[in-house]
Design a protein around this ligand. Sequence first.
Ligand code: AMP
Length: 187
Amino acid sequence: MNIVLFGPPNAGKGTQAKLLVETRGWVQLSTGDMLRAAIAAGSELGQRVKAIMDSGELVSDEVVIELIEERLPEAEAAGGAIFDGFPRTVAQAKALDELLAGRGSQIDKVIRLAVDREELTKRVEKRAAEQGRADDTVEVFNTRFDVYENQTAPLIPYYAGQGKVVEVDGMGSIEAVSASIAAALDG
Ligand code: AMP
């Protein structure tokens, strides 16, 4: 099973992806985590993307598509992929559809986590204090949210056209959201 965990920044995608890794044994494919790992490793890629990530804008489609492609075999071997923070543009979604089709596979479901902007802003301050990510200030969040609305939200009609979107209330506790996701996947 291949799923996209979809939603605005700070909706809880990473947290829920990690719970699915535990409960289902699937592989979390987070382009944000991969890019942060590249930065931490001091690689050429990391140096190239750091300023863009810190600003809250998107890195190029080519970069993230390549990162995802490298990890597809591992997810296949595990029996499932949880795409987290990818795709973020319609071009990325189309590329992913083609990559999967070339491997005789497809996206099965898109779980859309619905969380309102006020709640998201509250979470920014909390996570900034806990993790100290440079891209986690309210100012950067506002950029990230605008980028989401302009470039990523168009994926909703894209995937709705394929009949794959299931909406889940993302406003509750981690446990409540996790239970709703499980129901959406198994229902
Ligand atoms: P995330 O941890 O998913 O919120 O990603 C952190 C940052 O990494 C984003 O604000 C972007 O700058 C970059 N990034 C992560 N995933 C993507 C993607 N699929 N496309 C473009 N940029 C991305």
